[in-house]
Ligand binder design. Structure first.
Ligand SMILES: NC(=O)c1ccc[n+]([C@@H]2O[C@H](COP(=O)([O-])OP(=O)(O)OC[C@H]3O[C@@H](n4cnc5c(N)ncnc54)[C@H](OP(=O)(O)O)[C@@H]3O)[C@@H](O)[C@H]2O)c1
Length: 328
């Protein structure tokens, strides 16, 4: 089978196709024959070795992770609930850029038969990150929600989930007019170009000066710093990525929080383990929404597995809207 391996950190060119035997699933593992594999921003940081999350501990040769959709091709000892041929999906931190992918059985989800494989890559991680961050913020009807990077693979799903679950005004940020139009078409009530000076003032004006109840922040750095200032009393900021901030996570003084502001982080693996019922309930709702078209998963482009470098280049140049998917 083909696998995309990294033997040194660097630009997209360090990802090279190699041939290797199909792996066998170990105890508690499932082998998936991949139909579609999604490429996310986090993997571009991993490739450059600037991914800040503590749960990623790479060893060369590295095979990057992602969302994989396919059919069960084998199950390891002790695995129940899945059989060869079942259509499934999973998000894994390692080993996804390959024809066959071994994943932890605990992370495997059923995928409806009729759902297009590229569409279904919303199910393992992008959709649940949208639902889980809003669940972590305990979204209540009528509350305002600020979604940063709202045209991205996760952000555009978060906008739709917030609107469908009773949010008041949803304010979407992005870095171009095309991306902002896209976010508006998905239901955002207010759109703001956060690459321009004064974006935070525009957000505050959109709330009539009251501030924002919930902020979903995948950018970090100065955007996070300004977000703290934008929170309304009892407002919650959920930090889940550092696309704009690299490794520089800003220091927040406890005195900034004294006006009843809450900041938390979100990691899919931790949320999935801590709230399995919520995770599975959200999965069923997401799968039904994708199947009946009430949730739109925008697929920017599909490429063959060996063109993964092109996908990384597009993501790093911020050229994409929605998700880029590899079709082995
Ligand atoms: N916590 C978790 O469990 C978890 C798991 C997976 C991913 N993540 C994080 O979720 C975030 C979104 O992931 P995704 O895969 O859906 O990515 P994505 O949204 O498809 O791409 C990244 C987005 O970030 C924005 N951006 C801002 N500064 C950027 C920069 N310097 N370079 C590139 N993009 C920049 C871009 O939108 P604009 O051009 O509009 O700014 C782009 O839409 C990432 O931060 C990722 O690390 C978190």
């Amino acid at each position: 089978m083909r696998v995309i391996r990294i033997r040194e950190f660097g630009g997209p060119e360090v990802m090279r196709v190699e041939e290797t035997p199909v792996p066998q699933p170990g105890p508690g593992e499932v082998l998936i024959a991949a139909e579609a594999i999604s490429v996310g921003f986090a993997q571009t940081q991993m490739r450059r070795n600037i991914f800040p999350a503590p749960m990623w501990r790479p060893e060369f040769p590295i095979v990057l992770g992602g969302d994989v959709i396919g059919r069960v091709a084998g199950v390891g000892a002790g695995v129940t609930g899945f059989r060869e041929g079942d259509r499934v999906g999973a998000f894994t931190l390692h080993g996804a850029y390959a024809d066959y992918v071994v994943v932890d059985a605990a992370t495997v989800l059923p995928v409806p038969e009729g759902l297009d494989a590229a569409q279904a890559t919303a199910l393992p991680s992008p959709g649940p990150i949208g639902t889980g961050t809003l669940g972590t913020a305990n979204l209540r009807p009528g509350e305002s929600v600020l979604v940063h990077a709202a045209s991205g693979g996760i952000g555009h799903l978060s906008v739709q989930w917030a609107k469908a679950h009773g949010a008041g005004p949803v304010i979407a940020t992005a870095s171009s007019a095309e991306k902002l139009d896209f976010a508006r078409a998905l239901g955002a009530d207010v759109v703001v170009d956060y690459s321009r000076e004064g974006w935070a003032d525009e957000v505050r004006e959109a709330t009539g000066g009251a501030g924002v109840d919930i902020i979903l922040d995948s950018i970090g750095g100065d955007v996070l710093r300004q977000g703290v200032g934008l929170l309304a009393p009892f407002g919650r900021l959920v930090f889940y990525g550092s696309a704009g901030g690299g490794l520089e996570i800003p220091r927040i003084s406890p005195m900034e929080l004294i006006e009843m502001k809450f900041i938390t982080g979100f990691a899919l693996s931790r949320w999935r383990a801590a709230r399995p019922k919520e995770y599975l309930a959200n999965h069923e709702e997401l799968a039904a929404g994708l199947a009946d078209g009430t949730i739109r998963h925008a697929v920017h482009a599909t490429y063959p597995l060996e063109e993964v470098g092109r996908a990384h280049e597009e993501i790093e140049s911020r050229a994409h809207i929605g998700r880029i998917v590899l079709l082995p």
